[in-house]
Design a protein around this ligand. Structure first.
Ligand code: MRU
Length: 372
């Protein structure tokens, strides 16, 4: 998508040297646009753990490039052990998004198939690029499918703006391009369908206030930033036509883990008959699990994300300030699970499906074989 009119992806290899991977440092947005260079697996792990990059799809793509760097730097005689250790380290950086382990596994299987060192390295780079390109392509297709739903609502409203609420950032910054939840919005907007987005600020990391608001501004999509607790009130007053959120892990039965607070939005939407959609590329399905509540690992992060806040000072400096008494006890869950029964539909690269095993498998018949 665009930054000051120039198209960008969130991750790309240097054009002249594929041992340098470039990312946008998302900790500094929206105030600073900084491109960071990653050269080692350790740097990739730090970038994922400390959220220089974040969002399910982008975490997966970054891990894919991390495996490429591992293959590139692995000494010939310790190649297998080195790559295996890199895979373990990468998988441990963040526990909830399934795209991470998915990308690492895809790389391990591809590297394993090659017999020479040169071929293994070449394959790892090709697969990293493939994962990134596929993520962008799948998100683009999510946009095409989701746009039809927005168009239908727009028609019923005689062309008046469709008010869409979103939580967190499942935009292009959370993927390689386009985003999942935002992709239908961008596609509808590009087609001239009037949309307006309610952007949840998304405490504590503020992905909505910092990232979604920035993206939408860059793409000139009308939007309004709201405090996290506002959505229910808006729904009660008929000011939300639909909700679209992303997901970090989705079970084969349609339970969805997404940024903390998503469940409350789903409850409010259910109570007010507001359609609640979840957009995801298939890399976010965890085909091995059925029950989101008991089987999805929920990341807990530092309490400092709650007690402190980072932003731009009046003197234009990025600053962190404290907002609670010193030593206040905290509990910082990164995600919650929205049960399938609260979800109107899942939008993936293959189309729109109901959030239940049967309908998900209608679009993904190759996954029919049940986990043990
Ligand atoms: O902690 P984050 O920023 O990596 O969380 C990911 C998210 O932004 C959301 O949960 C998002 O809605 C789904 S990721 C595509």
């Amino acid at each position: 998508m665009r930054v000051s009119g120039t198209p960008y992806r969130t991750i790309w290899p240097s054009a002249t040297n594929n041992s340098v991977i470039k990312i946008i440092d998302q900790r500094r947005l929206p105030h600073r646009f900084v491109i960071e260079e990653l050269r080692t697996v350790a740097e990739v792990c730090t970038a994922i753990r400390e959220m220089h990059v974040r969002g399910a799809g982008l975490i997966g793509a970054t891990a894919g490039f991390g495996m490429h760097l591992a293959a590139l730097t692995a000494p010939k005689h310790e190649f297998a052990a080195w790559v295996r250790l890199a895979a373990e380290n990468l998988v441990q950086t963040r526990p909830t998004a399934s795209n991470l382990a998915w990308a690492v596994q895809r790389q391990l299987e591809a590297i394993e198939q090659e017999s020479t060192l040169a071929a293994k390295r070449a394959r790892a780079f090709a697969v990293a690029c493939e994962i990134a390109d596929e993520d962008a392509e799948f998100c683009h297709r999510i946009g095409e499918h989701g746009k039809e739903i927005i168009a239908g609502i727009s028609q019923k409203k005689n062309g008046k703006p469709v008010n869409i609420l979103t939580h967190c950032n499942a935009g292009w910054l959370a993927f390689v391009d386009y985003g999942s939840a935002t992709s239908p919005i961008y596609a509808a907007h590009a087609e001239g369908i009037k949309v307006h987005v309610w952007v949840d600020e998304t405490r504590p990391w503020l992905q909505g206030a910092k990232l979604t608001a920035w993206e939408l501004k860059e793409e000139r999509v009308p939007h309004t930033l709201i405090a996290d607790n506002t959505g229910g009130h808006l729904m009660q007053h008929g000011l939300v036509d639909m909700v679209i959120v992303g997901t970090d892990r989705t079970t084969r039965c349609g339970d969805v883990a997404n940024k903390i607070g998503t469940y409350l939005k789903a409850l409010a939407a259910h109570d007010n008959n507001v359609p609640f959609y979840v957009a995801l590329p298939s890399s976010t399905f965890d085909w091995m699990i059925k029950d989101g509540l008991t089987e999805i690992p929920i990341e807990q992060r530092s309490g400092k994300e709650i007690t402190h806040i980072r932003g731009l000072s009046e003197s234009d400096e990025l600053t962190t300030i404290t907002i609670s008494p010193s030593n206040t006890a905290t509990l910082n869950y990164g995600f919650d699970v929205t049960p399938a029964r609260l979800i109107t539909g899942l939008i993936s690269e293959r189309g729109v499906m109901q959030a239940n095993e049967e309908d998900i498998l209608r679009l993904y018949p190759e996954r029919r074989q049940k986990p043990a």
